[in-house]
Write a protein that binds this ligand. Structure first.
Ligand SMILES: Cc1ncc(C[n+]2csc(CCOP(=O)(O)OP(=O)(O)O)c2C)c(N)n1
Ligand code: SF4
Length: 365
């Protein structure tokens, strides 16, 4: 997705009224739904047919808009947010705005290109459209490599269209994001920084533990990676360093994809053991305070079964599972962490204290 789309907000007008959901009967169709090799080979052929059908549907759809004169010196092929920049940067150009960007309507594109002296593909990020169109032998110009990075804007598109690849002045310094004042994750990262831990991090508000004054995250890849990456470091680093490795994961991320990491931790135990922190702030804060299976509430705040993180970790076979509030009991927290790091056991510390915004949300409800 383009940066603009990710950051846009707007009133959403419903296209049609909500409809009653209709219960439909299950109709058995094993060859279409069970991808054992015998069925999958045929499904692969069907997939190609479907893609051809989709390409024809795309070509005939009214989502492709061509604006500007019948013929022009400059033609532009674009879609989505890049279109908004393109019309502003080159109002005189002939523009083909694609609606659906795969599979592409190559015949229509070839026809459009014939009407222009030159045709430039304006797209943010990778040169996906340009690459696919050029593969078909259609004569378009891809953007220069300098435009692969960062967000497009009107000024950049003007330069892209004349292939001006002179380096840009550095952007003015912005204010980096930070953990909120009073955030329960703060004390954890303060401790890990002071104990000089090697921290295998994960995705959530707590990823901000990487920022000063903590600078206490050493690796972060994708949701759930903290435990596997931490175990990898424990297995491969020299003992003195391995003993300092910890994994840090939020409650929601743990439920999403951390549980298998705990199974691996007790199955292939590193010689120095391992220590995993589950930062249980009673919410999925980073994406907007959603409830999750460990909060015991649905998204609409109705009650449901609450996943018992302690019981789950114990049942998997973790040697020590402790629950502690790292802010209210900071000294005890530090002592506990030191003790677990010194042992060769596999341990989980659940650092439990609600996110301050979640507390406000609950108070409101
Ligand atoms: C695979 C994947 N799905 C969804 C997301 C979006 N995402 C970013 S952080 C996050 C959840 C964070 O919640 P939690 O681990 O509880 O940490 P908190 O933000 O509450 O500290 C999600 C779902 C993602 N980054 N990767
Ligand atoms: S939203 Fe909550 S979890 Fe995220 S930084 Fe703020 S207090 Fe911390």
């Amino acid at each position: 997705m383009t940066t603009r789309v990710c950051h846009a907000r707007s009133i959403v007008n419903l296209w049609k009224e909500n409809e009653e959901s209709v219960k439909k009967n299950y109709i058995k169709n094993i060859p279409e739904r069970v991808m054992v090799p015998a069925f999958a080979k045929k499904a692969h052929v069907r997939l190609y047919d479907k893609m051809k059908e989709l390409a024809s549907w795309n070509a005939a759809s009214d989502m492709i808009r061509i604006s500007g004169p019948e013929t022009a010196d400059l033609g532009i092929i674009c879609s989505g947010a890049a279109y908004q920049h393109a019309v502003e940067a080159a109002p005189e150009a002939r523009i083909m705005k694609l609606g659906m960007t795969w599979p592409l309507p190559f015949d229509k594109i070839a026809e459009f290109v014939k009407g222009n002296k030159r045709t430039v593909v304006v797209e943010e990020g990778e040169k996906f459209l340009a690459g696919k169109i050029l593969e078909q032998g259609i004569d378009v110009e891809a953007k220069g490599d300098i435009f692969l990075f960062g967000e497009l804007d009107v000024a950049k598109v003007r330069r892209l269209l004349v292939n001006d690849q002179t380096p840009e002045p550095p952007p003015p310094p912005g204010r980096p994001p930070q953990l909120c004042p009073g955030c329960p994750h703060r004390k954890v990262f303060e401790s890990l920084r002071d104990l000089e831990c090697i921290v295998s991090g994960d995705i959530g508000c707590y990823t901000l533990g990487v920022m000063p004054p903590f600078s206490a995250i050493d690796t972060c890849l994708c949701m759930g990676a903290s435990i596997g990456a931490g175990l990898g470091l424990r297995h491969t680093l020299p003992e003195e360093q391995a003993r300092k490795v910890v994994s840090v994961i939020g409650d929601s991320t743990f439920v999403h994809s951390g549980i298998t990491g705990i199974v691996e931790m007790v199955y292939n135990r590193p010689a120095t053991g391992h220590l995993v922190f589950i930062l249980d702030n009673s919410t999925t804060a980073m994406t907007g305070l959603q409830e999750n299976p460990a909060t015991g509430r649905h998204l609409n705040m109705s009650s449901t079964h609450q996943l018992d993180l302690e019981a789950l970790c114990k049942s998997i076979g973790v040697d020590h599972v402790d629950v502690i509030d790292p802010t209210a009991h900071h000294a005890e927290f530090m002592e506990l962490v030191k003790e677990r790091l010194a042992s060769n056991d596999v341990s989980v510390i659940i650092a439990r204290r609600p996110c301050i915004l979640q507390m406000k949300k609950l108070a409101k409800k």
